[in-house]
Design a protein around this ligand. Structure first.
Ligand code: UDP
Length: 327
């Protein structure tokens, strides 16, 4: 069986990816520093505790497992935090990714699937966001990811590092079988925070900004189910194994929901009220981020099947009520 090196495999998206990779016949090797991930979430293959900046350890992992590809999730990924602390984001995301890329090239592991973000596009009024849109990020999370995309292109030119780049929109939901789910401490993302309020673990949800240029004044995002998202990664891996060209794919549904709409759906799905107050805008946020591309469906054959808002909230709610990690 083929090994795949999964950085960030103990995190939210990475752990779901490991589950699907295993189901598809790969052995996912998780490489994670557990800064935001959970060892309990590593259930589908070997675990190596390590820093991305630890070149020696990375070299050992490549030598031991001879992975056919790298799927690189590990990164700091909070918009607000990145706005407050750009140095942290540039150091962690860039230095870590660069070290990983150099180690992969040295080990002749030349298939690389990279988790990028719609935050690389930034605010673009009334522009349909497809893979050719200008990238103009409004925060260091987005700009650090954009820079890593550039690094990958450089290493492709110089060393033949073949890559698929996925620009995610807003990832939500959880494994419906309950093996893994979303668990951040502290939590900053909209849907899990809402579920904590609904569950009585927080007094209220603060809506960050009600004066955006959107129909109800709150930010609009395109939510995609984590299981659909990780399915795309397997397709991306096969794309590279089949020798196809380097490619960028947006992963979103093309449907945007405002924060207020997500709040209303959450109350409806859980059949419980949700206390909300309004607050100021969160620095670094864009008004609207919605994918305008069907490239992943057309070229990769990606078929999102769980990415309706009620389904994502229902799956997140099931995980919220039944699942957690201890360490
Ligand atoms: N949001 C909010 N209150 C919160 C957390 C998030 O109003 O407590 C908003 C946030 O400003 C953004 C949207 O919900 O418009 C999604 O934010 P999240 O942090 O989940 O994902 P991001 O878009 O930053 O990747």
């Amino acid at each position: 069986m083929k090994h795949v090196l999964v950085t960030g495999g103990a995190g939210y998206i990475g752990s779901h990816a490991c589950k699907v990779l295993k189901a598809c016949g790969y052995i996912p090797v998780t490489y994670d520093n557990l800064s935001t991930g959970w060892q309990d979430a590593v259930k589908f293959g070997p675990f190596v505790h390590g820093e991305l900046s630890d070149r020696e350890k990375l070299d050992k992992v490549f030598a031991q497992y001879a992975p056919v590809a790298v799927v690189h999730f590990a990164a700091l990924s909070q918009v607000g935090e990145s706005y407050e602390n750009p140095g942290l984001y540039w150091r962690n995301n860039i230095v870590g990714s660069l070290t990983l890329i150099e180690a992969a090239v040295e080990a002749d592991c030349l298939n690389f699937v990279f988790s990028s973000t719609c935050a690389t596009y930034g605010d673009q009024d009334n522009v349909v966001l497809d893979e050719n849109s200008v990238q103009n990020p409004t925060n260091s999370y987005g700009s650090s990811k954009r820079a890593i995309e550039e690094i990958l292109r450089d290493f492709e030119r110089s060393h033949g590092l073949r890559h698929v780049i996925f620009r995610y929109f807003n990832v939500a939901g959880a494994d419906p079988e309950g093996d893994v789910g979303e668990f951040h401490q502290p939590e900053t993302h909209l849907i899990p925070l809402m579920l904590e309020v609904i569950d009585g673990k927080r007094p209220e949800l603060t809506i960050y900004g009600t004066d955006y240029d959107t129909p109800d004044g709150t930010c609009i995002r395109d939510y995609v189910h984590v299981m659909d998202l990780v399915d795309a990664h397997v397709l991306g891996l096969r794309w590279l194994e089949d020798g196809k060209d380097n490619r960028v794919f947006n992963l979103g549904t093309g449907h945007g929901y405002s924060v207020r709409q997500v709040v209303d759906h959450s109350a409806a799905v859980t059949n419980r009220p949700l206390e909300c107050k309004t607050g100021p805008r969160r620095a670094g946020d864009c008004a609207v981020l919605v994918s305008g591309s069907d490239r992943a469906e057309v070229e990769l054959g990606w078929k999102p099947v769980r990415s309706t808002l009620p389904q994502m909230i229902a799956d997140a709610w099931q995980w919220h009520q039944n699942g957690h990690y201890d360490k």
